[in-house]
Structure formats: structure tokens, C-alpha cells
Design a protein around this ligand. Structure first.
Ligand code: FEO
Length: 160
């Protein structure tokens, strides 16, 4: 029988997979509009999310809990424009941060030092995730969807 905390960690395991799936959808959206560099960025982001999922999966196995997979909802396919796509990504990361913080609170409540340790890594990681997207949005807001600026930035993000 999974504790409330372990159940919530298992949910987050699934949410990280769902996050990867959402970023693949964002990659499709931008690639379809000719932005291969932005697409590269989102595919890499998806890979990172699957790595996050792996971290939770391995944690569950390490404490002798079998992970349980859930259904993954179909992601959104249209995002408005390039700036809006990255804004949606930032909003998603804020949701992840909120969930990680709730998990951390639960780990404190249940006095689970093992979970606290793995969650601390995620608390720090989320600071970086949000910062990355904020930086990109700042650039895109200056570019203001102009094709000349977008193509230059597409080349840059393709180097990620
Ligand atoms: Fe796994 Fe982007 O948070």
C-alpha cells in the first residue's frame, strides 16, 4: 500500500512523462512552421522531461515500490504563435514547480528524508527551468514575431 507521499511521487513520475509529451507537441507546432531550431530545443526539453521521469522511477524502485503508469492526455496542438508557445511552456513549468513544492511539503509532513533528498534536486532544477523559459520569452518579446529576428534566434536555439 503506497503512502500518500509515494502515491504523489508516482503521480509526478507520470506528470514528467506527460510534460515530455507536451514538449514534443510544441516541437511539432514550431517545426511545422519551419523553425527547426526551436523544434530542436523542444525535443531536447522533452528528453530532459523523460530523464526527470526516470529519476522518479528509479527512486520508486530503490525504495521497493513498483511504479504505476497512468493514461497520458492528448496534448494541445495549436499555440497561437512562437512567443505564445514558449509562454505556455513557462506556465507549464510553473505548474511543475507548484507540484514539486507540494511534494516537498508532504515529504516534510511524513518526515521522509529519502524523498526530501531527491525532491531537493527537483526544487533546484525548477528554478533553472523557469529561468530558461523566462529568458527565451524576453528575447521573443523583443523580436515581436518578425521573421528576420525569428530566423536568427531559431539558429541560436538550434545550438542547445
Ligand atoms: Fe520536469 Fe521541466 O520539469
Amino acid at each position: 500500500m503506497m503512502s500518500k507521499l509515494i502515491k504523489a511521487i508516482n503521480e509526478q513520475y507520470n506528470f514528467e512523462i506527460e510534460s515530455g509529451y507536451i514538449y514534443i507537441s510544441m516541437a511539432h507546432y514550431v517545426k511545422d512552421k519551419g523553425m527547426d531550431g526551436f523544434a530542436h530545443f523542444f525535443y531536447k526539453q522533452a528528453e530532459e522531461e523523460f530523464e526527470h521521469a526516470e529519476k522518479f522511477r528509479e527512486f520508486l524502485f530503490d525504495i521497493d515500490e513498483k511504479p504505476v503508469l497512468a493514461e497520458i492526455p492528448k496534448p494541445q496542438e495549436e499555440f497561437g504563435n512562437f512567443t505564445e508557445t514558449f509562454k505556455t511552456a513557462l506556465e507549464h513549468e510553473k505548474e511543475v514547480t507548484k507540484r514539486i513544492h507540494e511534494l516537498y511539503d508532504l515529504a516534510i509532513e511524513e518526515n521522509d528524508h529519502r524523498a526530501k533528498s531527491v525532491l531537493q534536486w527537483f526544487v533546484d532544477e525548477q528554478v533553472e527551468e523557469e529561468d530558461t523559459f523566462r529568458g527565451i520569452i524576453e528575447r521573443l518579446e523583443r523580436i515581436n514575431e518578425s521573421w528576420a529576428g525569428l530566423y536568427i534566434y531559431d539558429g541560436e536555439l538550434g545550438q542547445r
